[in-house]
Design a binder for this molecule. Structure first.
Ligand SMILES: [Zn+2]
Length: 481
């Protein structure tokens, strides 16, 4: 049994309700179930999950059925309001305001609870309304991320399939060669054909009638992109994909073929052997993993997230962040507090300026990874960031772990350390007060539209613009003239 945090709050309220009905104090009830009053208080506040045996004891002591105690509704109207307020105050939308959390006590007038709750409901309504981007797409993306998080970003069936195909191609060790990828295609009855005139909206086209997979020509000869694209095209066939019936299904297929390609380029057995050895030597690094298997930094970092939890006994996070600080892709199962919008979506959200994913951009030596410890409200994390650039601009790839796991990685000795208080906006999102006082009402920045279709508009004074950066920019340039 693993109830959600919100269920624990309801359960706590139900216990408190029956306790008050029976006229028992915390200590009195605690004594009957062999718990200190303070421990019982934690359970009533939804901050601790009681054991099943404790729940049974509580039901007996309160003379109610266990099923009655565990019902998922608030015991009365007042409790329902308190529970809703409690949840609203825990929402990141509220956290971003940096305001205190009000503890709702028994003595608080009903009107005060209703007033606070009314404001929270309105805040949430306005935030949802402000999002004018494809709702379905963002929801599907968020659901997919949550589903993968539950399975440690690991797909055992695809691992098996990839391992089998790679072995059948005659591959033995190291990077999967272009030749071996062609052999794999051949075994499936396909020829790989490189053409200059693929439709702009496609990455590859498979001719099922004639057994051909059309791919774009390699921009970098021998680059990993081409092998990956050919493997993805084969993945559709091997995984029995049909025409997707929804956006969610489209995304799922995309994820499966990417997974398949990665699992071929960095096969499980060889990868786990390499990574376990590096862990034993306390020399884990995405850099080495990347170079050993001849793939991009991003591909190696993502592949590490597939294998780390299931095979290396670690939790971790991954981020790809644009030069402007917007999160393009993210994965975590180590509770790193990703920036989220009101729907729970992370794509397009701005990452804290104190995180290595952004501070690495200002670092001068960009040929190697940048290491940093970051103190966050959820604890201290270590991370390694590699920056790069494409025609579309700069980006950074980060992989990190909670403090206690940093010991397995190269770069753990770094003395670089920052403090992040996000989502509290006073951490790094609010303009400097003096600058804001000088420039408010006297500036008119025009937002650059985000290339990312999923990105919602951040809610500053100017939609899509980070005011604090605009004001700093103005300060600097105004000083020059
Ligand atoms: Zn911050």
């Amino acid at each position: 049994m693993s109830p959600q945090a919100s269920d624990l709050i309801t359960l706590g309220h139900r216990i408190r309700h029956f306790r008050s009905e029976r006229g028992l104090t915390l200590d009195q009830l605690g004594e009957r179930v062999s718990l200190a009053g303070s421990q019982l208080s934690l359970i009533e506040n939804g901050r601790r999950e009681p054991k099943l045996s404790t729940l049974q004891d509580l039901a007996t002591a309160l003379s109610v059925d266990l099923a009655e105690l565990l019902r998922r509704e608030a015991p009365n109207n007042r409790a329902a309001l308190e529970i809703e307020l409690d949840r609203a105050q825990k929402n990141p939308l509220y956290g971003a305001l940096g305001l205190p959390v009000v503890k709702v006590t028994k003595g608080m007038p009903l009107a005060a609870v209703e007033s606070l709750l009314g404001l929270h409901r309105e805040l949430s309504r306005r935030a949802s309304e402000a999002i004018a981007t494809p709702e379905e797409a963002r929801r599907a993306n968020t659901e997919l991320r949550e589903r993968m998080r539950e399975q440690g970003n690991y797909m055992p069936e695809i691992e098996e399939l990839a391992e089998e195909r790679v072995r059948a191609s005659g591959h033995i060790s190291g990077a999967l060669t272009h030749r071996e990828v062609s052999v794999m295609a051949d075994q499936l009855g396909f020829n790989l054909i490189y053409v200059n005139d693929l439709p702009n909206s496609t990455r590859s086209v498979t001719d099922l009638a004639n057994g051909r997979i059309y791919l774009p020509p390699a921009s970098i000869p021998g680059g990993h992109g081409l092998r990956s694209m050919a493997l993805q095209a084969m993945g559709h066939r091997l995984l029995g994909h049909e025409r997707p019936g929804s956006y969610a299904e489209f995304l799922w297929q995309r994820l499966e073929i990417n997974y398949f390609a990665a699992a071929c380029l960095m096969p499980r057995e060889a990868s786990v052997a390499f990574l376990s050895n590096a862990k034993a030597e306390r020399e884990l690094s995405v850099e080495d993993f990347r170079d050993t298997f001849g793939v991009t930094h991003e591909a190696a970092a993502l592949r590490l997230t597939n294998l780390a939890t299931s095979h290396l006994d670690m939790t971790l996070h991954f981020l790809r962040v644009n030069g402007d600080g917007a999160l393009q892709k993210g994965y975590e199962n180590d509770d790193l507090p990703f920036p989220v919008d009101v729907t729970g979506s992370i794509e397009g959200q701005y990452v804290c300026k104190q995180w290595s994913a952004r501070s690495a951009f200002t670092h001068t030596n960009r040929t190697t990874e940048f290491y940093q410890y970051t103190d966050t409200p959820a604890g201290t994390y270590w991370s390694a960031t590699q920056t790069g650039s494409t025609d579309a601009g700069e980006f950074s790839i980060s992989v990190g772990v909670p403090f206690a796991q940093a010991k397995w990685f190269r770069g753990r000795e770094t003395t670089q350390r920052t403090v992040s208080r996000c989502p509290d906006e006073s951490c790094c999102r609010r303009p400097d007060a003096d600058a804001a006082a000088r420039w408010a009402g006297r500036a008119w920045p025009s937002a650059r539209l985000h290339a990312h279709v999923l990105s919602p508009l951040p809610s500053g004074t100017f939609p899509g613009v980070d005011d604090s950066e605009v004001y700093t920019f103005l300060e600097t340039h105004a000083a020059e003239s």
